[in-house]
Design a protein around this ligand. Structure first.
Ligand code: LMR
Ligand code: MN
Length: 370
């Protein structure tokens, strides 16, 4: 009834009843499991994670010999970033059931997030090899390959990506985004002429100097550009200044760059691109960005070169290119890409994400933001 009427107070009542049932004696196993599953699902929906932990504990007390119930609790801990508790629950599972695929991959995932690459590889590899339900998720192939690649084991990483492609978790060995619309054309580099956006590219190109000056003026104030936050940097210094994200304007930052934002406002395929961002990206000499893939194949990434010293490169899949001041390069960042700055002056670009041209208007309206 709560679902039908979309009524949270009814849902709260239902949760109380579920809990009452889970605490009663003489409840048959099948009913207990049904109630627990439903209760956990609705608590997660409401964001009631501490209550969910309570339910997990009731389930574990009743079925102490089913590793899945412990692992499910670990996943809830992970969802709310209680990493230490997640790790310790998984450790408990693995002490008793060392071959449990679900626990192995999640434990490996936690180690990878903590940058313990060798250990992460050990668990992720073994977990995936079990073929257990839940262990063949794209995220685990993704992190296993990434850990191998960061340790310089590129060939082994590629084997993992090939296997992931065979098991349909990746679009191809180089295109490893996990939030995809499968039918879209996937290619690493695009030419401006391949796209129906020529007026927009012209607007960016014609105004590149004013855009550059605006970026440089923000850059001259300390603290406005932020460090890249996804642990993609190997060496050096790489910062960004965000103007639009997930289809929303960053008003605070746009106040500092009114001209650039007014240009983007005139570019609907960027302005409305809920699965991307517009941002300035500054990279200092001596920077190397690890090979990585963006999250979705629904966008293409245009870079407008603003300050481009020599010896700066970007590889996308198998082809390496560079930037030119006042010019645009376009790539699909769901493909593996890697960046080097071996020059001597800072490199500055405007990154503009635009919708993949084959998406329909209703897809663009309805896709979840990223
Ligand atoms: C990326 O999209 O990961 C990089 O190309 C960003 C950058 O500043 O080059
Ligand atoms: Mn990237």
């Amino acid at each position: 009834m709560a679902d039908q009427k979309r009524c949270n107070s009814l849902l709260e009542q239902a949760l109380k009843l579920y809990l009452q049932l889970l605490r009663s004696r003489n409840v048959p196993n099948s009913l207990f499991k049904m109630a627990a599953e439903r209760c956990l699902n609705r608590m997660r929906f409401l964001g009631q994670y501490s209550n969910a932990i309570l339910v997990h504990k009731l389930v574990i007390d009743r079925f102490p010999d089913t590793p899945k119930h412990l692992s499910d609790m670990a996943v809830t801990y992970l969802t709310v970033n209680r990493i230490d508790e997640a790790r310790s629950v998984l450790k408990q599972v693995l002490a008793k059931w060392p071959d449990d695929g679900f626990a192995l991959v999640h434990y490996g995932f936690i180690l990878k997030t903590a940058n313990k690459l060798e250990e992460a590889i050990f668990y992720l590899e073994r977990g995936i090899r079990t073929g257990d339900e839940g262990a063949l998720d794209g995220r685990f192939y993704f992190h296993l390959g990434d850990a191998l690649s960061r340790l310089g084991k590129t060939e082994e990483a590629m084997k993992v990506y090939e296997e992931g492609t065979k098991n349909k978790v990746f679009l191809s060995k180089y295109q490893r985004s996990l939030y995809n619309v499968p039918r879209l054309t996937g290619k690493s580099w695009w030419q401006p002429e391949d796209l129906p956006y020529s007026a927009s590219f012209k607007l960016l190109r014609h105004n590149w100097m004013k855009i550059r000056d605006e970026a440089l003026s923000v850059l001259s104030v300390k603290g406005d550009f932020q460090n890249e936050s996804e642990n993609l940097k190997d060496t050096g210094d790489w910062k960004q200044f965000e103007l639009f994200a997930r289809g929303q304007k960053n008003s605070r930052n746009c106040k500092k760059c009114p001209f650039t934002c007014s240009i983007i406002d005139k570019i609907p395929e960027a302005r409305s691109c809920k699965r991307g961002q517009t941002k300035f990206s500054v990279m200092h000499p001596g920077t190397h960005i690890w090979p990585h893939c963006g999250p979705t194949n629904c966008r293409l990434r245009a870079h407008l070169g603003l300050e481009v010293p020599s010896k700066t490169f970007i590889r996308v899949a198998t082809e390496t290119r560079s930037w030119k001041e006042g010019e645009i390069i376009i790539f699909d960042d769901s493909f593996e890409h890697e960046v080097w700055h071996n020059g001597t002056k800072l490199r500055l670009v405007l990154i503009v994400d635009i919708w993949h041209p084959e998406l329909t208007p209703s897809e663009k309206r309805n896709l979840s933001p990223i």
